[in-house]
Design a protein around this ligand. Structure first.
Ligand SMILES: Nc1ncnc2c1ncn2[C@@H]1O[C@H](COP(=O)(O)OP(=O)(O)OP(=O)(O)O)[C@@H](O)[C@H]1O
Ligand SMILES: [Mg+2]
Length: 342
């Protein structure tokens, strides 16, 4: 038997308003979200969304304000009840879970980190972090030991006895992250965790989270409205507009082939040479790998090829994972790929 994806959403809808079910049943699918709102007074916040997240993957949900990102991820743990569709966690239907299983899901399996940290102001840092363990009924010694461990992991040793208000924004978000990690969840959900931080701190936090993820290997759902953050953090990205997913793909797939103008606009400010790899832009060839020139892998980012192609007029051979020649890449291909608006 194959293992099911960690998270699967199947045709999930969320309609807000006085009579969501009926509105959905009688919905004219040709109407836009704004038209539905005008005619029925209901907001279609999430519209027929399907995706799957594999274990250990970081799945980014990206889109402009109001596109439905927060609503969608809240449907995963039923903090918001979806109007229609299925949500499966480890193959189990969340909508059919008993109250007890649902509590277990929220307390053990999933943890959330919020944009505005969501810390308890009257609790010290240590008691904020150990909150989830307290709810689970662990004794003070156990939960303090665990809290001190994650506190160190997020670089805040020595701050355990302080109150959140005594910490900077970046530090408070570290506490938020530590609190989520303390319960050792299998799934971490981030709702724009770094949006309130200034750019430098933000970059540092992104790097640290990536480093932590290297060893933690959690399944992550990460919301952002910043495309640079999305391509940095995401194994795959889902781009949302008006409640719908416009495109799902790896950062490279999206930058190389945006499906419409909405997606293309996000990709325009991204340095393409950081995202595109040799395999995506090469000229296809076959035959024997030429002797005397070190081949390039299809997965190599073109950024790292710039010095080599700058120094030679000869095309570099490109090989696949098995070492078979599949193409070649030269200076003009690299330069054209860097400026192309696709
Ligand atoms: N409780 C609610 N009642 C009615 N409408 C809501 C409710 N929550 C969200 N909405 C509407 O649903 C749509 C999607 O909102 P949502 O908060 O999911 O967007 P978002 O992508 O997370 O935006 P942001 O980037 O600003 O956080 C918006 O039009 C919003 O007004
Ligand atoms: Mg939101």
């Amino acid at each position: 038997m194959t293992t099911p994806p960690k998270i699967a959403c199947k045709n999930v809808w969320k309609v807000f308003g006085p009579d969501p079910k009926r509105t959905l049943e009688t919905l004219d699918l040709s109407l836009s979200r704004a038209q539905v709102q005008e005619q029925t007074g209901h907001v279609v916040a999430v519209r027929d969304v399907s995706f799957a997240v594999q274990e250990g993957e970081c799945f980014v949900v990206m889109g402009l304000s109001g596109s439905g990102k927060s609503t969608l991820v809240r449907c995963l743990s039923r903090l918001i009840e979806s109007t229609a569709g299925e949500v499966l966690i480890d193959g189990k239907d969340v909508l059919k879970m008993s109250q007890k299983d649902l509590l277990d899901l929220r307390r053990r399996k999933m943890a959330m980190v919020f944009q505005h940290f969501g810390l308890f102001p009257h609790r010290k840092v240590i008691d904020n972090i150990s909150y989830g363990l307290e709810v689970r009924g662990q004794n003070r010694a156990q939960r303090t030991a665990k809290a001190m461990e994650v506190l160190e992991l997020v670089g805040l040793s020595g701050w355990d006895q302080h109150y959140p208000r005594e910490l900077s924004g970046g530090m408070q978000q570290r506490v938020g992250l530590a609190r989520a990690m303390a319960v050792d969840p299998e799934i971490l959900i981030f709702d724009e965790p770094f949006s309130a931080l200034d750019p430098l701190i933000r970059r540092g936090m992104q790097d640290e989270l990536l480093m932590l993820q290297d060893s933690m290997k959690k399944t992550m759902v990460f919301i952002t409205h910043d495309f640079s953050e999305a391509i940095k953090m995401g194994d795959r990205i889902a781009i949302m507009k008006d409640g719908e997913i416009s495109q799902i793909g790896t950062p490279e797939e999206i930058v190389a082939n945006p499906v419409n103008d909405y997606v293309r606009e996000f990709t325009e400010d991204v340095p393409r040479y950081k995202v595109l790899s040799a395999g995506k832009v090469m000229r296809a060839t076959s035959g024997a790998v030429p002797a005397g020139i070190e081949p390039v892998r299809t997965t190599t980012k073109i950024e790292s090829l710039i010095p080599r192609v700058a120094d030679t007029d000869t095309a570099l051979p490109v090989v696949d994972m098995a070492g078979v020649l599949v193409g070649e890449i030269d200076r003009s291909i690299v330069m054209r790929a860097m400026i192309s608006k696709s």
